[in-house]
Design a protein around this ligand. Structure first.
Ligand code: PLP
Length: 374
């Protein structure tokens, strides 16, 4: 059988990884400023993470939710405390798309409505509703439920108010910082307006924190900068540091019944052990502070560079908008300087390094991009 190319391949085969670095199968070392789509949150093969998963695997790797899994309760308590959402409920699943799918569905169960507000340049995943709420017509199939979605301009209060006045809105789904769309930060006032309108119209505020959550921006959720609570937070990516796990955290306002949410793999023993190890490292090593400190440093240095249009983002979720196509810069960073970065087409370089990246590693990146932009 021939392999389906999910992404155009660049022939690099990662054979080994540790901390902020990966090595290819020829022994070449690369600095990882991308974390495989924003997934690596505590660095590669962190010893505590490896040990916790290994220990768990010797005990029990998997059983479904048909039995009690105390690790899930432990995870819910720790996540609740670290995210400041102790009174929320946690539902565990396997990916970001699945988290968003369940969030959107739960909102509709809650208020019985169908219309969803999403935003231009949003990305919420590839399952049916999540992809319908994603602003990319190429990845939407005829079967996806696009007639339920109202796409609005990002950060536009007036359009938002108007949409609420004219439709029976079930939910609003918004990334605190749009990732795939090019690192666009939601303003505090816009998020506050969403909160206000959702309260006013009994709609559900869904904070897609799949990419911008889990401490990456210097707060647990990027939406926290606005000082508002969402009704549902979706998360995945950094949650498992590479182990597939996703979740939604559900406010007490919404009271799901048993049949509304379910999954076979979600919240299995191994996934919970991985997610707990991640939170333990984030807490013990104060990684949210580190994300803010190194992120601020990177942003302050990047804005001094020549030949850029804009630097956007918060903490370690940074977009560098270039005047031209970013392809050459990204290729040179990879093949000349041996640094992995991300992109948002056509002209934004995306930086999503692990939260424990050091200032020294940030300097290595800065030195390389300085050369490429001058
Ligand atoms: C903001 C956001 N939401 C949802 C998703 C979908 O996550 P997954 O690929 O785990 O399904 C992504 C993936 O890039 C994302 O960036």
């Amino acid at each position: 059988m021939k392999l389906f190319d999910v992404y155009p391949l660049n022939d690099i085969c990662i054979a080994k990884a540790s901390g902020a670095y990966v090595w290819d199968d020829k022994g070449e070392k690369y600095l990882d400023f991308y974390g495989g789509h924003a997934v690596i949150s505590i660095g590669h093969t962190h010893p505590h993470y490896v040990k916790r998963i290994e220990d768990q695997l010797h005990l029990v790797g998997f059983y479904s939710n048909s039995v009690k899994i105390p690790l899930q309760t432990e995870l819910a308590e720790k996540l609740g405390r670290l995210s400041g959402k102790e009174d929320y409920q946690l539902f565990l699943c396997n990916s970001g798309a699945e988290a968003n799918e369940n969030a959107l569905k739960l909102a509709s169960f809650y208020n019985g409505r169908k219309k969803i507000i999403a935003f231009k340049k949003a990305f919420h995943g590839r399952t049916s509703l999540a992809v319908a709420a994603t602003d990319n017509p190429h990845i939407i199939a005829p079967v996806n439920q696009t007639d339920h979605i109202i796409f609005l301009p990002f950060n536009d209060d007036i359009a938002l108010e108007e949409a609420f006045r004219q439709n029976e809105i079930s939910s609003v789904i918004i990334e605190g910082i749009q990732g795939v769309g090019g690192i666009h930060v939601a303003t505090n006032t816009f998020l506050q307006k969403i909160r206000w309108l959702c309260d006013e119209y009994n709609a559900v505020f869904i904070a897609d924190s799949v990419q911008c959550g889990y401490g990456r921006t210097g707060k647990f959720y990027a939406h926290d900068f606005a000082g508002v609570h969402a009704d549902i937070y979706s998360m995945a990516k950094g949650m498992g540091n590479g182990f597939p796990i996703g979740a939604i955290s559900i406010s007490p306002k919404i009271k799901p019944k048993h049949f509304m949410l379910g999954t076979t793999f979600g919240g299995n023993h191994l996934a919970c052990a991985a997610a707990l190890a991640v939170l333990e490292v984030i807490e013990n090593e104060e990684l949210i502070n580190n994300a803010k400190m190194v992120g601020d440093y990177l942003i302050n240095e990047l804005i001094k560079l020549p030949n850029i249009i804009e630097v956007r983002g918060k903490g370690l979720m940074i977009g560098i908008e270039l005047p031209n196509d970013m392809n050459n810069v990204k290729k040179n960073l990879l093949f000349k300087h041996r640094i992995f970065t991300g992109e948002a087409k056509p002209n934004v370089i995306r930086l999503l390094p692990a939260l424990n990246i050091t200032k020294t590693e940030a300097d290595i990146f800065l030195q390389a991009i300085k050369i490429e932009l001058s």
